[in-house]
Design a protein around this ligand. Structure first.
Ligand code: NAD
Length: 333
């Protein structure tokens, strides 16, 4: 029987044919998402009903989908965050979940720093105004020498912290697992969330979306922030409460916000779009030619490893035995 691999991310193999080639070389039948958007639950359910493997972006992989895909052996996340996958249902069915954690770190860190500068210097607004024939000056705020709070000092958070060394910022770090060697390297200090909210001029969020971080930045937290503060979120939408953020910006509790991720994607509603103090990008953190190629290749290689009975490189959750080895992974990674 031909092995069927469903691929939903539209950027898969967009910058190099290699990720597709390694799958085709194995004789797999590859079925791609033909729509210019993530798939709805029923659309994905139909595609994976008889599939052996799924390479998935931000489309929701629910229990209903998993329970209706009896041949499915692997869900290979094209990216890092697995909050769109029902890990418990996958584990119950013995389906291995993998991701591609290291390949897009630098791309997202670049974007986070870019968004800090864009929001503080109002670069998109200045560009848009020139295109309308105006020569208007936009007053900005410096990044150099300011206090920056980094929420989550995992792969991306630390890559941002390292970049900020070049801006002589004072770094306040927050993580459930502090890393003293990172603090020493970036001349930063681990402190509590409240101190960051009260003291930081910029706050950049790099946490996973897990129950403890959902709506972590809501009205109470936004009210603690400085009126000049800039909030950047390139992690997951559910961590910052969008309604509270829109209000905070409208009423001037904080200065500006730059977001790459949203509670619902594509973003619905105009509240954030209609504000002059937001810079918004459509979840492009990992969208560099380099990261897209490496993410595709790694997602494909994770599929091949599982289908050929080897332990994949990046296991998120695995409750099956491979080569006699019992594996378990961290669901938050
Ligand atoms: P990571 O797992 O390497 O780092 C996350 C850090 O958060 C870890 O150090 C962990 O200890 C810490 N943490 C976890 N739960 C916490 C809690 N409750 N309180 C405090 N700290 C906690 O993840 P990463 O690769 O750095 O990714 C960070 C985020 O960026 C994730 O949400 C991921 O989904 C997102 N991401 C977005 C894009 C994009 O395109 N915008 C691309 C890749 C990753």
């Amino acid at each position: 029987m031909t092995i069927k691999v469903v691929v939903t991310p539209r950027s898969f193999a967009a910058t190099s044919p290699l990720p597709l080639k390694v799958l085709e070389e194995r004789g797999y039948s590859i079925v791609r998402n033909q729509l210019e958007r993530p798939l709805e639950v029923d659309e994905l359910l139909e595609l994976v009903r008889d599939a052996d493997a799924l390479i998935v972006g931000i489309d929701k992989v629910t229990r209903k989908i998993i329970e209706n895909a009896p041949r499915l052996q692997v869900i290979s996340k094209y990216g890092v965050g697995v909050d769109n996958i029902d890990l418990e249902a996958a584990a119950e069915k013995g389906i291995i979940v993998t991701n591609t954690p290291d390949v897009n770190t630098e791309a997202v860190a670049d974007l986070a720093v870019g968004l800090m500068l864009a929001a503080a210097r109002r670069i998109p607004q200045a560009d848009a105004s020139m295109r309308q024939g105006q020569w208007k000056k936009f007053m900005g705020m410096s990044l150099f020498g300011k206090t920056v709070g980094i929420l989550g000092t995992g792969r991306i958070g630390r890559a941002v912290a390292r970049r900020l060394l070049g801006f002589s910022t004072k770094l306040l770090l927050y993580d459930v697992c502090p890393d003293p060697s990172l603090a020493a390297e970036v001349r930063g200090e681990y402190v509590g969330l409240e101190q960051i909210l009260r003291e930081a001029d910029y706050i950049s969020v790099h946490l996973p979306l897990v129950p403890e971080t959902r709506n972590l930045i809501g009205e109470a937290e936004l009210r603690l922030m400085k009126p000049n503060a800039v909030l950047i979120n390139t992690s997951r939408g559910g961590i910052v409460e969008e309604k509270a953020l829109a209000r905070a910006l409208r009423e001037g509790w904080i200065r500006a916000a730059a977001l790459d991720v949203y509670a619902e994607e594509p973003l619905r509603g105009r509240e954030l779009l209609d504000l002059e103090t937001t810079v918004l990008t459509p979840h492009i953190g990992a969208y560099t030619e380099e990261a897209v190629m490496r993410m595709g290749l790694e997602a494909a290689e994770n599929v091949i490893s599982v289908l050929e009975g080897r332990r994949p490189k990046n296991v998120v959750s695995c409750y099956r035995t491979h080569e006699g080895e019992a594996n378990g992974g961290s669901a938050s990674r």
